[in-house]
Write a protein of this length. Structure first.
Ligand code: C2G
Length: 506
């Protein structure tokens, strides 16, 4: 049994408060609107959930400090635009052991921070768990079976939340890709606006399915650019939540879009809905992220043009439908030898043999030397297939502030010639490692021990992390220095090709 306070008395906050209460927890509800709190306490029913009785065991509190005192779980369920101010107030008396769970869906417009990042910027000593998924409050309030994701880069906190929230009708899954979960949570509301607009314009299910499919592809493309895990987008917080939001009458984003498609001005549509439409709040940040990461988001941009730039909804729809069609899916050309090796390994596995063990390592590998070769040889010895991820020229310059002697292509050619190496791919960001572990089905991640401890987080992706002793006496920078010094010392007596004696008889 936990002592829980729910901050925010909206539809979702109240539905969760009831679920937690009937699960046997002691629940208090607070909101920033005293009249709302007084009415809920007296009436024991929420205007958006008229069929649901609020249990007498739930207490209502108008004062935030009193509401949060002695609670072990704080669940934030305030509209995204109020998350920062609520977290700021909370920071004055937050106690370190308290678990903060956030269900608000959105991205802060100016900072482009997700909701958990906003809360952590106000309460740096905490690590927030995001709770998100295909969860209509109206169905949860009726105890209809529901699934949801508890996401946190600290798996232990996600699992703790899983225990707090799980009950016979709410099945909680964990995910360590909190950024991906929160991006889905915010952006799927925009796609729901789009499916509503499409229905309001009189289009049918074919286009609805296309908007959902292409909309998810847009969110995934942006998420991958930001460094999220691809798999998150086909999970409950991604595809699951998008389906339920974009197709359900319960969805206020979908209903708001429908009114806009019918000809309502955006603000009139929002007023008609009478509740917060988070898809509209998420638009400015979505466009800013698309611009920052140079990701094309045609559907999201079309919705933005209607909502924020006065473009006629019919015009926007025909522009979108008139856009040049492109290839839908292009499997990244990994490398035929890798594909062949994976197939052979799969065949061996089916014959009861050992499956291929795949090893990966990262580096610059400039002026390739025997220290690198020692590392590659030992890395390959840990498995059957070695992938070497070589820093691109841009990554080296922008992130490592290294200027290489050889270009990426030259370094790639050199490393590919090493007999221990099976595949070379580019390293373009610090964040790509998590994704690489899944995309290349890695068993073991290897680095020299000058990186010891820096990549332990990859164990969360299910890979073994191994740090091998460096070859102490050699390094690229030492080679450059020795060559420079040697050049300086021998400057005067420097020999040129003409002076070199090539006649063995002399
Ligand atoms: N190495 C080694 N012995 C040396 C020199 C390097 O074992 N005498 C190892 C390093 O520990 C590293 C690999 O060889 O595991 C590549 O070294 P660098 O090219 O210096 O790679 P680095 O700049 O450390 O980049 O995301 C990880 C980075 O890309 C690693």
């Amino acid at each position: 049994m936990h002592n829980i306070v729910v901050l925010g008395a909206g539809t979702w906050g109240i539905a969760l408060a009831r679920l937690l209460s009937v699960s046997g927890n002691k629940v208090t509800v607070w909101s920033a609107i005293p009249e709302e709190i007084a009415l809920l306490d007296k009436e024991r029913v929420h205007k958006n959930l008229p069929f649901m009785v609020i249990p007498d065991e739930i207490s209502f509190q108008k004062d935030l400090r009193s509401a949060c005192l002695d609670k072990d779980v704080i669940l934030l369920a305030v509209p995204s635009v109020f998350v920062r101010e609520t977290a700021k107030m909370l920071s004055e008396f937050y106690q370190d052991s308290q678990l903060i769970i956030n269900v608000s869906k959105g991205i802060e417009t100016d900072s482009l921070l997700t909701m958990s990042e906003v809360i952590e910027s106000e309460i740096p000593q905490t690590q927030v768990v995001a709770l998100s998924g295909p969860t209509h409050a109206e169905e949860v309030a009726r105890d209809m079976p529901t699934t949801i994701v508890a996401a946190c880069s600290d798996l232990a906190l996600a699992e703790k939340t899983q225990k707090v929230m799980s009950n016979p009708v709410l099945r909680v899954f964990t995910n360590t890709d909190i950024k991906g979960v929160e991006l889905c949570a915010a952006l799927k509301n925009i796609i729901a606006l789009a499916t509503g607009i499409s229905a309001g314009l009189g289009y049918g299910d074919n286009i609805k399915a296309a908007i959902i499919t292409r909309g998810l592809a847009e969110i995934k493309k942006l998420g991958e650019a930001v460094g999220c895990l691809s798999e998150t987008f086909s999970g409950l917080a991604g595809m699951g939540d998008l389906i339920v939001t974009a197709t359900s009458k319960h969805s206020r984003n979908n209903r708001c879009g429908y009114l806009i498609g019918q000809g309502y001005a955006p603000q009139d549509a929002v007023n008609q809905i009478g509740m917060v439409v988070e898809g509209i709040n998420a638009l400015p940040a979505a466009i800013a992220l698309a611009n920052k990461y140079h990701v094309e988001l045609p559907i999201i941009r079309a919705v933005d043009s209607v909502i924020n730039h006065g473009v006629d909804v019919k015009q926007a729809a025909s522009d979108l439908l008139g856009k040049e069609v492109t290839i839908e899916l292009q499997k990244p050309v990994v490398d035929i030898s890798f594909e062949m090796a994976v197939m052979k390994s799969a065949a061996r596995y089916e014959d009861g043999g050992q499956s291929m063990k795949r090893v990966i390592t990262y580096g610059t590998f400039d002026l390739l030397h025997y220290g690198h070769i020692n590392l590659l040889r030992r890395a390959k010895a840990l498995g059957d297939y070695l992938i070497v991820v070589i820093s691109s020229d841009e990554f080296n310059w922008n992130e490592k502030h290294k200027k290489c002697y050889f270009s990426y292509e030259q370094r790639k050619a050199l490393v590919e010639a090493v007999r221990y190496v099976d595949l070379v791919i580019p390293e373009e960001s610090w964040d790509q490692k998590r994704r690489d572990m899944h995309e290349y089905h890695i068993d073991t991640f290897v680095m020299g021990d000058d990186w010891k401890g820096k990549f332990d987080f990859l164990k969360e992706e299910g890979v073994e992390v191994v740090y091998l002793p460096r070859t102490p006496e050699i390094s690229t920078s030492k080679m450059k220095k020795d060559l420079y010094d040697a050049n300086a010392v021998d400057g005067e007596s420097k020999t040129s090709h003409d002076d070199i004696n090539t006649d063995p008889t002399k």
